[in-house]
Design a protein around this ligand. Structure first.
Ligand code: AMP
Length: 209
């Protein structure tokens, strides 16, 4: 199964992708996670990406496309994958299309998780990650247990200012990929408002069970 998860920052893509990859037995490919790992490791690519990410800007297509296409070519992704956070621009969608065609494979679905902007800022600024388990919590909506609370970290780009910049980028640069996939008959819209379990159920239903 080859799936793309699309949605504004804070729509729940990371949380839902972690659940879906377990269900479908496919790798979770998050360009955001890959870029954060590169920043942490101090690689040349990480150094280039760091300032863009902190500001809530998109990392240039030329950097991200090569990284994502290479990852999709790895052995574990041959049976399928769940892309989370890629493609994020029309040129990225076109490059992915070309890479998949060249490999002779097709996408099964592009799932758009829809959440209104008015809910996004509160979702994002309360978000915290457990660096040991990678589990994502929310201080108000999904509070962490006391024993892990002290070790939780906040993403550098989860401030209100960066969040607003990321939302603007989403509407300006990422939203244009929606009609691209709609025209191909691949787009499925899922309401992202509600409990994580309720959203997972809707996603599984949209993907055919
Ligand atoms: P995410 O974890 O998907 O929210 O990504 C975090 C940040 O990484 C984004 O705000 C961008 O700065 C960068 N990023 C991740 N994926 C992409 C992409 N496909 N294109 C450009 N920048 C990206």
């Amino acid at each position: 199964m080859r799936i793309i998860l699309v949605g504004p920052p804070g729509a729940g893509k990371g949380t839902q992708a972690a659940r879906l990859v377990e269900r479908y037995g496919i790798p979770h490919i998050s360009t955001g996670d890959m870029l954060r790992a590169a920043v942490k490791a101090g690689t040349a690519l990480g150094k280039e990406a760091d300032a863009y990410m902190k500001a809530g800007d998109l990392v240039p297509d030329a950097v991200v496309i090569g990284m994502a296409v290479e990852r999709i070519g790895e052995a574990d992704a041959q049976k399928g994958f769940m892309l989370d956070g890629f493609p994020r621009t029309r040129p990225q969608a076109e490059a992915l299309d070309a890479a998949l065609s060249a490999a002779g494979v097709q996408l099964d679905a592009v799932v758009l998780i829809e959440v209104d902007d008015s809910l996004i800022v509160e979702r994002i600024t309360g978000r915290r990650t457990d660096p040991e388990t990678k589990r994502i919590y929310h201080l108000k909506f999904d509070p962490p247990p006391a024993e892990v609370a002290d070790r939780l970290v906040q993403r550098k780009d989860d401030t209100e200012e960066a969040c607003r910049a990321r939302l603007a980028k989403y509407h300006g640069e990422t939203a244009p990929i929606i009609p691209f996939y709609e025209d191909k008959g691949l787009l499925k819209r899922v309401d992202g408002v509600g409990s994580p379990d309720a959203v997972t159920e809707r996603l599984v239903a949209a993907l055919g069970g």
